[in-house]
Write a protein of this length. Structure first.
Length: 61
């Protein structure tokens, strides 16, 4: 199983689809067992994403 991470804790990202598309979030955890990232939006909302559902944040979107 490949456990190479594309993103690191602290990276600023956005989702590539869904309701959080183009919304700024921060990677706060990489779950190796599920190969997914926990992204925090603001102070209270957090969601898990697969690597292909995220990209580095670019506020010029």
């Amino acid at each position: 199983m490949d456990t190479t991470q594309k993103f690191n804790v602290g990276d600023r990202v956005t989702a590539t689809e869904g309701p959080m598309k183009n919304v700024y979030g921060t990677v706060v955890l990489f779950d190796r067992s599920q190969n997914r990232y926990l992204v925090r939006y603001g102070e209270k909302q957090q969601l898990y994403f697969q690597e292909d559902q995220l990209r580095i944040w670019d506020n010029q979107v």
